[in-house]
Ligand binder design. Structure first.
Ligand code: UDP
Ligand code: MG
Length: 184
């Protein structure tokens, strides 16, 4: 079983709130090794290229929003003018670019046994209001998709983490050159 690597971004809300140290120590104490790290203020072009523009990604993000709205009793048509998952996915991407470029982020590569799955577990599900205690999103945020929509933004959920080995490989090479990743 090869040791895995995954990409984590501490998003602008985490940096602004002074949570860099606390969030990094959660990954360290779980036994993950930081093998690359930098602070970046992403440009809109970088953020646009970092998140996919495939029909599949739009549909997945839009469907996630629809499920969250259903649970929260929000009508997507009256809130955002459409209930089409792909259209909602495009809206999310646009707002996500605004969020991810609103301040500096901290990018890092974490290495360890089953790092992709383990980091997702430590981070928790997308919507902080329903993320369990003990997860980063559950412990440090109470944001929710309905409040976010009311304020014309995506949910501020502190951390990005790759959600598959394939995504991790693409995302790591997006932010880091091979020589910026250390073996030690
Ligand atoms: N997002 C959102 N509402 C949604 C889906 C996504 O606000 O219904 C935002 C949120 O900031 C999330 C990011 O878009 O972290 C990327 O979406 P993804 O589905 O990849 O969620 P993640 O993998 O971050 O849990
Ligand atoms: Mg994701």
């Amino acid at each position: 079983m090869p040791i895995e690597r995954t990409l984590v971004l501490l998003k602008p809300d985490a940096v602004r709130r002074g949570l860099i140290g606390e969030l990094i120590s959660r990954f360290e104490r779980a036994g993950l090794k930081i093998v690359a790290m930098k602070m970046v203020w992403a440009t809109p072009q970088q953020a646009e290229r970092f998140y996919p523009s495939s029909e599949e990604w739009f549909k997945s993000a839009g469907s996630k929003l629809l499920r969250a709205y259903q649970e929260l009793g929000v009508d997507p048509k009256s809130r955002l003018g459409t209930d089409d998952p792909v259209e909602l996915g495009k809206y999310i991407k646009k707002k996500l670019i605004e969020y991810m470029t609103s301040g500096p982020i901290v990018a890092m590569v974490l290495e360890g046994n089953r790092a992709v799955e383990v980091v997702r577990k430590l981070v928790g599900p997308t919507a902080p209001h329903s993320a369990p205690p003990g997860t980063i999103r559950g412990d440090y945020s109470i944001d929710s998709p309905d409040l976010a929509a009311e304020e014309g933004r995506v949910v501020f959920n502190l951390v990005h983490a790759s959600d598959s080995r394939e995504e991790a490989a693409r995302e790591i090479s997006f932010w880091f050159k091979p020589e910026e990743i250390y073996s030690y």
